[in-house]
Design a protein around this ligand. Structure first.
Ligand code: AP5
Length: 218
């Protein structure tokens, strides 16, 4: 399964990518998670990415392509992958095509998650993530059993720096300008499948699997 989940901030890409990864035993490759880990560890990648990330801007394409190239070469990605948050620009999509081509592989489907803008803002403003391993909750839609604590490892739940209202506005603008052109890019290649992702996570999960069946991936 070589698939990409595409959609605006808060559309639920991470939530569904994690489900697919668990269910099908393939890695979720989330470039946002990779950057957050790099920033937390203070690595060279984290230092290069931080100012872009904090503003809600995209990290430069050449940096992201290097990150993804290295991740796709790991043995666990040999059987497939769910890309979450990458590609995000046309040059990234072209770079991914070249990279997969060089590995004798190709994308099978790109799922576009559609959610109305007001719901995106509600999802992002109520998101809480665990400090230890990034498990994701929502104060209304998927609340933790104990407020402020992760169900999986008991660690503290925090809000993401880039979920502040002004940064969310910027991320939505950046999506419209730099990422939305990928819809046509993948439609033209016959890879695009639209998922109405405005329902609850279980129903969206069923729609994702239906779209993958329609695409011939399942
Ligand atoms: P990244 O971490 O990729 O953020 P994003 O794309 O903005 O997406 P989010 O993680 O905010 O949302 P999501 O769609 O995964 O939703 P989630 O499942 O969490 O990127 C962050 C930054 O890193 C970028 O701004 C950029 O600076 C940089 N970056 C990353 N990749 C890059 C790249 N390729 N190139 C350049 N820069 C890059 O759900 C959101 C909330 O809603 C959660 O609380 C969840 O519980 C809840 N929820 C999920 N599904 C549902 C549902 N169906 N109903 C109700 N609530 C739901």
């Amino acid at each position: 399964m070589n698939v990409v989940l595409l959609g605006p901030p808060g559309a639920g890409k991470g939530t569904q990518a994690r489900r697919l990864a668990e269910r099908f035993g393939i890695p979720q490759i989330a470039t946002g998670d990779i950057l957050r880990e790099a920033m937390a560890s203070g690595s060279e990648l984290g230092r290069r990415a931080k100012s872009y990330y904090d503003r809600g801007d995209l990290v430069p394409d050449e940096i992201m392509l290097e990150v993804v190239a290295e991740r796709l070469r790991q043995p666990d990605a040999a059987r497939g992958f769910v890309l979450d948050g990458f590609p995000r620009t046309v040059p990234q999509a072209e770079g991914l095509d070249r990279l997969l081509d060089g590995m004798g592989r190709s994308l099978q489907a790109v799922l576009l998650f559609e959610v109305p803008r007001d719901a995106l803002v509600r999802r992002l403003s109520g998101r809480w993530v665990c400090r230890a391993s990034g498990h994701v909750f929502h104060e209304l839609y998927s609340p933790p059993q104990v407020p402020g604590r992760c169900d999986h490892d008991g660690s503290e739940l925090v809000q993401r720096e880039d979920d502040r209202p002004e940064t969310v506005e910027r991320r939505l603008e950046v999506y419209a300008r730099q990422t939305a052109p990928l819809v046509e890019y993948y439609r033209a290649r016959g890879l695009l499948h639209t998922v109405d992702a405005s329902a609850d996570p279980e129903e969206v999960g069923r729609r994702v699997e239906a779209a993958l069946r329609q695409a011939g991936v399942l």
